[in-house]
Design a protein around this ligand. Structure first.
Ligand code: F6P
Length: 531
């Protein structure tokens, strides 16, 4: 039976007329007339403080957004996900990244099998390996300890590991260095290894499928480089480990499956940073910190599953996103972390949000006639203030912002942190309230919405909570939009076409080209110009 289109749900229809009136309200007036607003529109939970009072909402708006969540069946869908139902319909899979951080002893079934013991078996194996690398007990082919870990992967097999490494660098073992190779551009690999000593280098080949062209190309180059440097094919065994769901391809590549860390088809690439894909993170910060991060994820999972929508952080954030996307015509959303360690957080969120909700067909296979996933982007503060914030403050576009900040710096240094936080708070204030001036170019209209997410300090646990917060907000939006947030067919066509073009670029003579006139001409141009 087909779902009732979201656009016909009573709350959606009510939001349509309500938002027309909402647009004439200014945050200045909403605050002036309501002293309790900041307190009422904020939630403290799981060590996070979300102030969402600077959004263009009234109590009625919030009521309608949460009613929309209910009418969309969000509560039932949350249960279906946590229960392990095959909610990824186009791939007929469970969606169980929440099992990756379930405590030992929990029971979560996929296809009738409790997956939690397997999850913990892999975690234990990862921890054993990570501790051996950290202590120097794991040695390379020539007997030397590892000094550099190079993660080779792309998409979810890269962005999570890089983001988490940068975010938790404060907690990392500074005797080890970490590099991340993702792009198939040979420059990425060449620059990553140019100053490395192969005898002290460990490659982690991270790929769920172990067939991804970029990762396999980089992994082959890594293998050649290592064997070339150490002069012995058998060196591969001590310098390569694999992280994958595909044991067959791993052994074909020449990595002993004893040195493989597995995960499962019910973990999507962009939801995999707390699976074995996080091995580089665990080597960097150690098993205890990694488990603290998982506990943070889990705490947010429990919060999402059990907290009434009115105080449910992911539901509130997700539904505010729906408001701007569908009723304010916002095309993008900015994520602005005021913490240098979170510099890769926006890039990480881009895959999480856009690969998940960049869809235009519903679960019933019908083309949507409303907007879905926003474009996510951002930079750490205060750098963005001296670049794109101009447009957020005075441009013609409405850009809802998520500000993220911490009460304590991990690197206290004079007045730096107070200055940083002052800027963070000032930006949200300026966006919301603006400033009236007789000189038009000095006028700030204000009424530009933002969320403020604060925590005491950036710890592994808080990072886990932040990531899970966005994972679940994305989920809530996908449910409302009736799309499958867990497939990614949109990346396939380009991959297939590239595989066809590679031999055409490499062929000798003048191969017959069957593309459109533009692509044919571009292929000929390349063939004519390359050395
Ligand atoms: O870009 C598509 C994608 O399938 C992502 O979803 C995934 O994270 C990435 O490729 C890498 O895939 P794999 O881990 O299988 O190499």
């Amino acid at each position: 039976m087909r779902r009732t289109p979201v656009t016909q749900l009573p709350a959606w229809l009510a939001l349509g007329s309500h938002s027309a009136a909402l647009k004439s309200l200014h945050l200045r007036d909403l605050f002036a007339s309501d002293p309790g607003r900041a307190e009422r529109f904020s939630v403290k939970a799981e060590g996070l403080f979300l102030d969402y009072s600077k959004n263009r909402i009234t109590d009625e708006t919030l009521g309608l957004l949460l009613q929309l969540a209910r009418e969309s069946g969000l509560a039932e869908s949350i249960e279906a996900m946590f229960r392990g139902d095959a909610i990824n319909l186009t791939e007929n899979r469970s969606v169980l990244h929440t099992a990756l951080r379930a405590p030992k002893g929990a029971e979560i079934l996929s296809g009738g099998v409790n997956v939690v013991p397997e999850v913990h078996a892999v975690l234990d194996k990862m921890e054993d390996f990570a501790e051996r690398v950290r202590s120097g007990a794991w040695t390379g082919h020539t007997g030397k300890r590892v000094r550099t870990v190079v993660n080779v992967g792309i998409g979810g097999s890269d962005l999570g590991p890089v983001m988490a490494y940068e975010a938790l660098r404060h907690y990392s073992d500074r005797d080890l260095q970490f590099r991340f190779v993702s792009n198939v551009d040979g420059t990425d690999f060449a620059e990553a290894v140019r100053d490395l000593d192969a005898s002290e280098t460990l490659f982690l080949v991270a790929s769920k499928t172990f067939t991804t062209l970029e990762t396999m190309t980089n992994a082959q180059s890594a293998r050649q480089w290592l064997v070339g440097e150490l002069g012995d094919e058998s060196a591969v065994a001590k310098h390569f480990v694999a992280i994958s769901t595909n044991a067959k391809e791993v052994s074909k590549f020449g990595i002993d499956t004893a040195n493989m860390f597995g995960f499962w088809d019910w973990v999507g690439g962009r939801y995999s940073m707390d699976s074995a894909i996080g091995l580089s993170t665990m080597i960097a910060i150690g098993g205890a910190n990694f488990r603290e991060m998982l506990a943070g994820f889990h705490a947010m999972d429990v919060h999402f599953r059990t907290t009434p929508f009115e105080r449910n952080l992911p539901v509130l954030m997700g539904m505010l996103g729906v408001l701007y996307t569908n009723f304010f015509d916002a095309q993008t959303a900015a994520v602005l972390p005021y913490d240098q360690y979170l510099k890769r957080f926006p890039a990480y969120l881009q895959q999480l949000t856009m690969e998940s909700n960049g869809k235009s067909v519903t679960l019933d296979g019908v083309a949507v006639d409303y907007e879905t996933g926003a474009i996510y982007w951002g930079e750490p503060g205060t750098n963005g203030q001296h670049s794109f914030y101009q447009l957020i403050h005075q441009g013609t576009k409405l850009i809802p912002c998520d500000f993220i900040g911490f009460a304590n710096s991990l690197n206290p240094l004079g007045a730096h942190h107070d200055i940083l936080v002052a800027n963070l708070l000032a930006q949200a204030e300026a966006l919301a309230f603006g400033k009236t001036s007789d000189q038009p170019h000095r006028n700030f209209t204000g009424n530009r919405p933002s969320n403020m997410i604060l925590a005491e300090r950036l710890t592994p646990g808080i990072l886990g909570k932040l990531v899970a917060l966005y994972e679940h907000a994305v989920f809530a939006q996908g449910i409302v939009w009736q799309i499958n947030s867990f497939d990614q067919w949109g990346v396939e066509l380009g991959k297939v076409l590239a595989m066809k073009i590679v031999p055409e670029l490499q062929a000798t003579g003048d191969p017959e080209l069957g593309h459109d006139a533009s692509t044919n001409a571009l292929i000929r141009w390349y063939r004519g110009h390359r050395a």
